[in-house]
Design a protein around this ligand. Sequence first.
Ligand SMILES: Cc1cc2nc3c(=O)[nH]c(=O)nc-3n(C[C@H](O)[C@H](O)[C@H](O)COP(=O)(O)OP(=O)(O)OC[C@H]3O[C@@H](n4cnc5c(N)ncnc54)[C@H](O)[C@@H]3O)c2cc1C
Length: 289
Amino acid sequence: MFDLVEAFHRPSSIREALRLLHAGGRRARIVAGGTDVVVRADPEIRSLVDITRLGLTYIKRSGGAWAIGATTTMAQIEHSAALRALAGGILVEAAKGCGSVQLRNMATLGGNLANASPAADTAAPLLVLDAQVVVAGERSRRTLALADFFLKPGETALGKALLVEILIPAPPRGARTAWSFQKLGRTESDISVVNAAAGLQVDGKGVCKWCRIALGAVAPVPLRARAAEALVTGRKLDGSLVEQAAAEAAREASPITDIRATAEYRREMCRVLVKRALAECAARAGCSL
Ligand SMILES: Cc1cc2nc3c(=O)[nH]c(=O)nc-3n(C[C@H](O)[C@H](O)[C@H](O)COP(=O)(O)OP(=O)(O)OC[C@H]3O[C@@H](n4cnc5c(N)ncnc54)[C@H](O)[C@@H]3O)c2cc1C
């Protein structure tokens, strides 16, 4: 692939990065950690715009929310005490499971989302956290819900813009609130065959006040399992309800068969992972099933 690349740019401002990206047209590509760009080896690429010197590597508080710069690596997320304390550390768990140590030192959060793989491990936890993404274009900046960011495999709402920041609003807190992230890969460092994240809160009687469930690698884009969420909300959490919700989430999935798994296996594992996620949330919320 690199035999065909004519220019490797290392801009030091977002403005300059966007200028270079536009100047290169459809043959220019942003590169952050490079762990997807290099593997994909698109022979169309003639110029690469390295965005790792734009000051977009940070994890910080922004009002009640958390802001994570797009070039923050999986390793930095994995080792962040602040993110470990956020929502049961589900984003940290997802980052920790992304490939090997070497890969996590290079792979960025922005790259994981902008690459638009349905199997991206950070997507499901960020979806249950109602995350937003900040996108910078040549003329303006906009913030959109992560749920609206993914369009289809390999395509996002970015166009020729730069993903600069991921915003996580203060998650619901309070007694008996719990979160879970589940991943099934062929090996521990493999890309997900299926992944799932969940969060919920129960009251003193074990009735679920709210529930969020997100699925990865079982549809063209990572998605929230809204019907399963609705099924659980307002009802007493027990083993039967967890089973029903997991089956509902599996029905909401539309998996494909590929080199990693068949569609049937994915749908079944989706049910299993959602069941595990809800059961883990229930246990963490002090609710016996
Ligand atoms: C061996 C191996 C194992 C892997 N295991 C996992 C795994 O377990 N889980 C998982 O989720 N992923 C896994 N991956 C995929 C990959 O490592 C991640 O998706 C990673 O987070 C990508 O980040 P990056 O910075 O390397 O992206 P890059 O390769 O630099 O970029 C990826 C894509 O996003 C675009 N892009 C990057 N940053 C931005 C930005 N800020 N704004 C706009 N566009 C941008 C690039 O142009 C490119 O199209 C694995 C990859 C390999 C090679």
